[in-house]
Structures are given as structure tokens and as C-alpha cells.
Design a protein around this ligand. Structure first.
Ligand code: ZN
Length: 333
């Protein structure tokens, strides 16, 4: 941990005795390093508004969601900066991962530890609760019990912690995965465990496309098949952006790729998703497609054309295509 003054973490309130230190950051903000939430910075304005005032105080749920988000950003290598804008967006969208996703997170933690060290993982509810995205330590312990009852994780040895007379001796089990647990681990690593959302790869900052995404594509997918569509901006946390993107593609049920701007990043993301065996649907603005086509490698792929003037066409074709790709039946009419 960094050097600094020991404080109560403004996000998780240092529940379960986790340590947190604060130090002055270069900008007009304070840096925190919390055993549970990881490293992050909060601007002075946001700190006063959301974390130190009664009126702006966050709910337990929002705190848990924030702690999880910061923890994963920290794991991905970035200490995020929490500004007023960032908090405004966060408060409206705060969510914890679903229980199956939490289970997947825990299986990944245990599996990764074994692969890296050959040893079991000692569960620690104080730091593992935010890591898997559980609401609190009780819910985390419930999750562990269920995974053990389902024979996905197992206690492999007991460790005794604290070696001097002054320490409180603690007996804690270290956990490993069962063979079924390893199968789940590998399925998840190769992207075969898909969430209830799609991911869109595209060029950002194009006014027409941004508006079309917000007003047509996202609502069409939500109404048509009940999936949320996320783009990198929805999940932007400071961090190694490539890792976050890979994670998003790996966890998505399908990937849309807009090729209107011949964006090379979008082509790369499409290749990554195709490699994982994800359903990939290509989009392209109609006039651009009629003039210059898209790269020849995607000629044989399903490309849904759109134009901002006729959003209805896209809605119909995109939903029909996604239903086919995801083996979803059209609702009875
Ligand atoms: Zn914390």
C-alpha cells in the first residue's frame, strides 16, 4: 500500500476492518488506497458532494457497486479519477453483477490463483466481497456456500494465520476448484459463458452515429430482444482500455461492429469476437456501403445497413438477424 494517513474509506466505509490511506494528489483531488476498493482519486468537489454530505450520501447498494467498479478498475491497472460528471453518470446506472456473474468472478479468482501459484485461494470476505461484486460479506459467504454445495469449489487445506502469541490465531480454509469448477473456469476464459448484454465496437465522436446509437440501436435491442447494448464509454473506467474491451467482448452474448468509418479498431474487435466464436453482426451506413463497400474480408458476413433517415428498416433487420444468431424465437403475435 502507499504511504499516507490512515482514514475510513469514503466508498466502502472500511467495512470489515479493511485498511485505507489517503494522500494528496497532484490535482485538486485526494488519492485513496483501500484494501477493498483499490487505488482511486476523488475530486474535491465530488468528495464533498457525494461522500461527506448527508444529502448526497450514497445507498449501501451504490457503495457496494462503486467499490466493485473501483476494485475491477484497479485490477485492470488504472486508478480511476472520480469527478462530479463521473459520479452523476454512475449514480444513475449503479449496478452490481448478477449472482451468476458473481459466481463466475469467484471461480475466476480461485482458478487464476491456482494457475499462477499452484496454491489454493484463501477467501477473505473483506477484500473478496468487492472483488466479486457481492452486496456485503454475508451475501459473499452465501455465494461461497452455494458454490461449495454445487460442487464447483472445495476447501483443500486449512491454514493457520498469525504466528506469534499476540496474534489471534485464525483457521481459514484455502479453496480450489473441483473438476466441474475447472470446466466452468475454462468455458468462461474462452468466452462461452455469455452475459445478457451485447457489445458494440464503433468509431466514437461521430455525431450522426452517436445519436443513432442512442436513439435507435440501443432501444431497438432492448425492446426487441431484452438485451442491453454497451459500448466502451458505458464501461469506461480508467485502466488498460484494451483489457477492459477484451473483457467486455468475452462476456458479451453478441457483438455489433459498425464499419461506416473503416475504423481499424472496430475491425480488430470484430476479429477478436469472431475468434471467440461470438455471434458478430456488422453494421454500415447505407450511403457509405453503396459507395465504397466495407473491407473485402467482411463481404461474406451479415451486414445490416442503416440510415439515420429510416431507422425502422434497421430495427426490423437487426432484430431479425440477432434472433437468428442467438437462436431466439420471435414472440408469438
Ligand atoms: Zn474502500
Amino acid at each position: 500500500m502507499r504511504a499516507g494517513t490512515a482514514v475510513k474509506c469514503p466508498v466502502c466505509s472500511s467495512a470489515n476492518g479493511v485498511r485505507c490511506v489517503e494522500s494528496q494528489a497532484l490535482r485538486d483531488s485526494t488519492r485513496f488506497d483501500c484494501e477493498a476498493c483499490g487505488e482511486f482519486e476523488i475530486s474535491r468537489h465530488a468528495l464533498v458532494t457525494y461522500f461527506k454530505s448527508q444529502s448526497g450520501s450514497l445507498t449501501t447498494f451504490q457503495r457496494a457497486a462503486l467499490s466493485h467498479l473501483l476494485n475491477s478498475a484497479s485490477q485492470a491497472g488504472g486508478g480511476p479519477m472520480i469527478s462530479m460528471d463521473w459520479m452523476e453518470r454512475f449514480v444513475g446506472n449503479a449496478r452490481l453483477p448478477s449472482p451468476p456473474k458473481q459466481a463466475t468472478n469467484l471461480i475466476r479468482l480461485i482458478g487464476n490463483r491456482f494457475i499462477e501459484t499452484g496454491e489454493g485461494y484463501v477467501l477473505d470476505s473483506a477484500t473478496d466481497t468487492p472483488r466479486v461484486g457481492a452486496l456485503n460479506a454475508n451475501m459473499f459467504s452465501q455465494l461461497c456456500k452455494e458454490l461449495e454445495a454445487r460442487n464447483l469449489i472445495q476447501a483443500i487445506e486449512y491454514k493457520i494465520e498469525g504466528d506469534s502469541c499476540d496474534d489471534i490465531m485464525q483457521f481459514r480454509s484455502s479453496y480450489g476448484l473441483t473438476l466441474d469448477g475447472w470446466e466452468r473456469y475454462e468455458a468462461e476464459q474462452s468466452g462461452r459463458v455469455a452475459g445478457r448484454n451485447g457489445f458494440i465496437a464503433m468509431k466514437f465522436g461521430d455525431e450522426i452515429l452517436d445519436l443513432f446509437l442512442k436513439e435507435t440501436i440501443k432501444p431497438a435491442i432492448k425492446d426487441g430482444i431484452g438485451y442491453d447494448l454497451v459500448d466502451l464509454r458505458d464501461v469506461s473506467r480508467a485502466g488498460v482500455i484494451d483489457n477492459i474491451m477484451r473483457e467486455q467482448i468475452r462476456d458479451a452474448a453478441f457483438v455489433l461492429v459498425d464499419l461506416t468509418h473503416d475504423n481499424s479498431g472496430a475491425y480488430w474487435e470484430a476479429g477478436y469476437a469472431e475468434g471467440l466464436g461470438k455471434p458478430v453482426v456488422y453494421l454500415c451506413e447505407r450511403a457509405k456501403f453503396d459507395n465504397a463497400k466495407t473491407h473485402f474480408d467482411t463481404n461474406h458476413c451479415t451486414t445490416v445497413l442503416w440510415s439515420a433517415e429510416n431507422p425502422k428498416d434497421l430495427r426490423f433487420e437487426l432484430i431479425a438477424t440477432l434472433r437468428r444468431s442467438l437462436n431466439l424465437f420471435a414472440p408469438a403475435s
